[in-house]
Design a protein around this ligand. Structure first.
Ligand code: DGY
Length: 322
């Protein structure tokens, strides 16, 4: 029997490629060439399945060019690179990698919150530039983390992880807004109080965005929402670019209408809005919230497990469409 043909669209751990090669006829993008949508379609047109990352768009146009394709396993929990309706219409199963990255991503969200509140990037650049002459009472004085109010927009698994860290580790008062309210048990576990979005914006000392990207969440933090925040507040985005209007955020940071921001994701990444690169009160990282060796390996293995389960057991482990 011929083995299903699989495309691994970006470079991943060699041991996972090797594992997949035991089950499938694998073509891997070892050179890690970033393909255009047309090149991706050309690579995929004779494949039965694919392992992708968030940077390959799977939409109706691509699917029309790839009639053999049956399953696409994203190595990410977010799957806004999938046109799920088009995949479902074409009978293509999509999968993601939930759970395995929750705690690691929450760790990073909290690290970015602390780096932002305590101005760590600004201070490090200052020191490296040889500008440090003396201790000074207000040098890089930031804002308090412990005991402050932590706002969370989007209260899925990662949001809950950040809430637990804030409440249990730092004595923060946690408020959140989400499409739906958590159960009483989960609210108690996270010590989190449900509030309206307006109240969240007005009260948070540190606001962390952890909601999925969709047309509804596009620019959920725009000019108007930024104006609702306290001038002393900080904003952290570990969710997706596009949820924040980066141009409006750069203006708010420049005019000190909010104190600081920490951003791991950007509209149109890997490009970063040039105005964000000009303001000092922002910590910028290149989409690394899930980047520990163990977690990235777990994500790659879960994506591989999804392909194996789909072809060998007839059912993916973590499907995103029926
Ligand atoms: C995810 O899993 O959605 C991350 O953003 C990808 O690293």
């Amino acid at each position: 029997m011929t083995k299903p043909r699989i495309l691994i669209a970006r470079k991943i751990f060699p041991e996972v490629v090797q594992r997949l090669s035991g089950h499938f006829d694998v073509q891997a993008n070892d050179a890690d060439v970033p393909w255009t949508p047309q090149e991706l379609a050309a690579q995929l047109q004779d494949k039965d399945g694919a392992l992708t990352t968030g940077s390959q768009r799977i939409d109706g146009e691509l699917l029309a060019a790839c009639p053999r394709l049956k399953v696409v396993a994203n190595m990410a929990v977010g799957y806004n690179n999938f046109d799920v309706a088009a995949m479902t219409a074409a009978g293509v199963q999509g999968t993601n990698t939930p759970d395995v990255l929750t705690e690691t991503t929450a760790d990073f969200g909290f690290a970015l919150l602390m780096a932002t509140a305590r101005r760590m990037a600004e201070a490090e650049h200052y020191l490296r530039a040889g500008l440090w002459q003396n201790w000074s009472y207000d040098m890089f004085a930031g804002s308090e983390v412990h005991g402050s109010t932590l706002g969370i927009l989007g209260m899925g698994r990662i949001g809950q992880g950040i809430a637990r860290r804030g409440a249990h580790g730092f004595g923060m008062q946690v408020i959140y807004h989400n499409r739906s309210r958590l159960s009483d048990e989960l609210e108690a576990e996270c010590q989190a109080q449900y509030v309206s979005k307006d109240e969240l914006l007005a009260r948070a000392d540190h606001l962390v965005l952890v909601l999925p990207y969709s047309p509804e969440s596009h620019h959920a933090m725009g000019e108007k929402e930024l104006a609702q925040m306290k001038p002393t507040a900080t904003l952290v985005n570990i969710a997706r670019g596009g949820i924040v209007d980066d141009a409006a955020l750069a203006r708010a940071l420049k005019d000190r209408r909010i104190a600081a921001a920490g951003l791991d994701v950007f509209e149109g990444e890997p490009a970063v809005h040039p105005a964000l690169l000009q303001v000092p009160n922002v910590v910028l990282t290149p989409h690394i919230a899930s980047a520990t060796v163990a977690t990235r390996l777990a994500m790659a293995n879960l994506a591989a497990d999804n392909l194996i389960a789909f072809f060998e057991a007839g059912r993916a482990l973590t499907p995103v469409n029926a």
